[in-house]
Ligand binder design. Sequence first.
Ligand code: OAD
Length: 238
Amino acid sequence: MNLFVLTGAGCSAESGLGTFRDTDGVWARFDPMKLATPEGFAADPDLVQAFYNARRRNTRAASPNAAHFALARLEAALERRGGSLFLCTQNIDDLHERAGSHNVVHMHGELLRARCLQCGAASPWQDDIGGDDVCPACRAAGTLRPHVVWFGEMPLYMHEIHDALEEADLFVAIGTSGSVYPAAGFVAAARQLGIRTCELNLDPSDNAGYFDERFYGPASETVPAWAGRLTAGPDAVV
Ligand code: OAD
């Protein structure tokens, strides 16, 4: 079986990293137009760097939860049986990788990389980005920004994502509100391709009607239970 998994902020919520659109979410407390657009960065780079520097510190302090570990175990189980798990995350944290997932693409970028506005390299970056920091790739100074996709910018890895969707037997969305495109459109694309679809979320998402199967509750409980059913017991499909 080839599984396509799309994760969103709800997958990392129980690791202490906030979601965006819940009542206490990031975009309820901060203005995305000032903090998550190229125009906002041009107007006040220090403010934007400070916001992402704080999020980078939070990410480094966080740990993967049971949902991340269940997806890593599922990837290994599928690969042992000749299948695959393509993990497309909207999250910019590294919790999937730290849980042991290998086949991960970050369509909205990665907090633990800094991108150079001069040479375009996205270099590993653990600490705060400062105004005078030097690009590890081209040695230019003062040219680094967070390697994060902002509103109005093109998400990353779209070719790989389309290829993986075409090969998939099952599409699963975990912890995403289904309100940000293009990711929000993947479930409709999967249906058009004749792929079964499944949603795991705290509450029904904006796209709930598109899913063949739906399971609601905290990801730390629903994801291990669902992954367990997929790989063991009478309903196992792999
Ligand atoms: P949202 O904040 O829009 O949605 C998070 C979803 O997770 C909601 O549907 C919640 O009900 C659900 N949720 C919350 N806690 C959960 C839990 N413990 N278990 C399971 N589900 C839970 O976040 P995303 O859909 O990821 O983009 O948002 C998509 C994009 O919008 C983000 O990648 C970000 C944001 O603006 C950029 O910054 C480019």
